[in-house]
Design a protein around this ligand. Structure first.
Ligand code: IPE
Ligand code: IPE
Ligand code: MG
Length: 255
């Protein structure tokens, strides 16, 4: 499979949101709250696990599509720090699918120059998953076409608590003065550090909330909500979201 334009040398073209030939409309970093697997299954009178399985297929396809369209970074909310509150069998189904996904898709990441990043406290997952992730992170580390950041055991409040702990430690070590802490100090310590600013945040399934996702990073992101359930989200849906993004007037508080 051939992916879109490479990052190097095209930064100024990327910055132009008016470039109609650019399928991303200048969106460098897109994040998706992939919601609605359970309702998708329910509508089809299938077990929830089938919804999650179809959800993984949608992930696989959207990673390909985003790469082809030239998206630089795609952040996917796969398992929140609050999803542990689900029944044990559902959590275990989700972890099983995660294992399968890493195993089956690592090669495609390598073939397509996709770098894997994980945000969230993934070290708290089962030890075999942690080592599979570490292996995939290592193998894809130098890939340059696109970064796929998967949010696992991620919660934005947890992320900000961890950032605060690191900064408090730096202050008590005498490396930074408390009154000299800036936005930069915080951004650099977020799990998303190194990714471009978040341009577009999409949520599927009609829920109108952020559910503890990327609270700091979404300060000036454009938001896009669709009633489509995640397993039905496809390239056309992504194109619609990007088209809507292209029509937005981003003022950042200015005029
Ligand atoms: C999203 O689908 C997947 C995860 C949260 C892991 P849901 O499982 O939340 O599906 P609904 O919201 O119950 O339909
Ligand atoms: C958000 O969906 C988390 C993921 C998509 C992984 P949820 O289904 O967990 O969110 P709530 O419970 O409806 O807020
Ligand atoms: Mg849900």
């Amino acid at each position: 499979m051939k992916l879109g334009r490479s990052k190097s040398g095209s930064e100024d073209q990327r910055d132009s949101a008016d470039n109609a030939a650019d399928p991303t409309y200048g969106a460098r970093h897109i994040a998706i709250i992939m919601d609605g697997n359970g309702r998708w299954a329910k509508r089809k009178h299938l077990p929830r696990a089938m919804g999650h399985k179809k959800g993984v297929e949608a992930v696989r396809q959207i990673v390909r599509d985003a790469g082809e369209m030239g998206v630089e970074a795609l952040t996917l909310y796969a398992f929140s720090s609050e999803n542990w509150n689900r029944p044990e069998d559902e959590v275990s189904d989700l972890m099983g699918l995660l294992r399968q996904y890493i195993q089956s898709d690592l090669n495609e990441f390598l073939e397509n120059g996709v770098r894997l990043k994980v945000i969230g406290n993934y070290q708290a997952l089962a030890p075999d998953i942690v080592s599979m992730i570490d292996d995939a992170l290592r193998k894809t580390a130098s890939n340059k076409k696109m970064t796929v950041a998967v949010a696992l055991n991620y919660g934005a409040q947890d992320e900000l608590v961890r950032v605060t702990q690191k900064l408090a430690q730096s202050v008590s070590d005498g490396d930074i003065k408390a009154d000299q802490i800036t936005n930069e100090h915080i951004s650099q310590r977020l799990d998303t550090s190194g990714l471009p600013p978040l341009d577009l945040l999409i949520r599927t399934s009609g829920e109108l909330r952020l559910s503890n996702f990327l609270l700091w990073q979404s300060a000036y992101s454009e938001l896009y909500f669709t009633d489509t359930l995640w397993p039905d989200f496809d390239r056309k849906e992504l194109e619609n979201a990007l088209k809507s993004f292209g029509e937005r007037d981003r003022r950042y508080g200015g005029r």
